[in-house]
Design a protein around this ligand. Structure first.
Ligand code: GUN
Length: 294
């Protein structure tokens, strides 16, 4: 079994990004600027946003965070979005999900200007992605595509099984893997809560992507011998052994699955670091107007 080291691959990509940003700054031009909007006090969301901010700054990006209280109205959030849409100094921004219950996520993601939608959640970017046109690709699925590329994992004609149909990961992942591209050209099965024979489906996968949001859901018996396993899950559990008082687990039971898989992403240090890099790659593209020229 070989580990797919997302930390290492992300460091290689970060170095490239840092060099590209330095060229922009050395030419006396404005650094790329990523903004984030976070509503409420969900600890996991705050951890993600802080990590995005720290990484962005370390690579020379400008980073700003708009922190709104959990009881902010939809209209107030829309005002912030409108402000960011018009701010020439902001190249791209994200609204951290999930939003509080009283908000309409679709309305919010659709209000972000597609040119600044570095999360790739706007219908224009999702539609362009489906058609294979230039688009901001959602960060987690694109980070996984970068891992497959880096490790030269052949997806052509392979059976890829995606567990979970979220708008953020499962659904775009299934599209990217089945597109006529490399990596891509796979035969994709998308499994979800209503799938009847999910365990057999998973066990038939050459490449298994677990994005189902259930801690250690995928066990050894659900994985084919020699499969590639990508674990998107992030779950905190209390631990006396760590300074923080918790440790991270994925959607995959690493112990049993690592005995069957040929390659597997660990949690932490697999998909997670790649997601942040993908977002910064999109932000640099936004700064250079590569996706939406003119
Ligand atoms: N919540 C979990 N993942 C993401 C992401 O990639 N972007 C945003 N905006 N929110 C998230």
């Amino acid at each position: 079994m070989k580990l797919i080291d997302g930390k290492e691959v992300s460091e290689v990509l970060k170095k490239k990004l840092k060099d590209e940003v330095a060229i922009i700054i050395d030419a006396d031009q404005r650094a790329p600027h990523l903004a984030a909007v976070i509503v409420g006090d969900d600890p996991a969301s705050h951890t993600y946003v802080s990590s995005k901010e720290k990484n962005a700054k370390a690579l020379g990006f400008t980073s700003s965070v708009y922190r709104l209280p959990g009881d902010v109205t939809q209209q107030e959030l829309m005002n912030t979005i409108e402000f960011l849409n018009k701010d020439d100094q902001v190249d791209g921004y994200i609204v951290q999900l999930p939003l509080p219950e009283h908000m309409d996520e679709q309305l919010v993601t659709s209000a972000i200007r597609p040119e600044k939608d570095v999360d790739g959640f706007h219908p224009v970017n999702l539609g362009r992605m489906m058609l294979g046109q230039p688009a901001y690709l959602p960060a987690t699925p694109n980070g996984i595509m970068e891992l497959l590329k880096h490790y030269q994992i052949d997806t052509e004609g392979k059976h890829c099984v995606v567990l979970g149909r979220s708008n953020i990961v499962g659904t775009p992942m299934s599209v990217l893997l089945s597109r006529k591209a490399r990596p891509g050209n796979a035969t994709v099965t998308l499994c979800h809560s209503r799938t009847k024979n999910l365990e057999q489906m998973a066990a038939s996968a050459d490449i298994l992507i677990a994005a189902i949001g259930k801690k250690e859901f995928v066990k050894g018996h659900m994985v084919k011998e020699g499969a590639v396993v990508i674990d998107v899950g992030i779950h905190r559990e209390p631990s006396e052994k760590t300074k923080s008082g918790f440790r991270l687990k994925g959607d995959v039971d690493f112990q049993s699955v690592s005995k069957k898989a040929a390659m597997i992403t660990p949690v932490p240090g697999g998909v997670g670091p790649m997601t942040i890099v993908s977002l910064l790659i999109n932000t640099l593209k936004a700064r250079k107007k590569e996706v939406f020229p003119g």
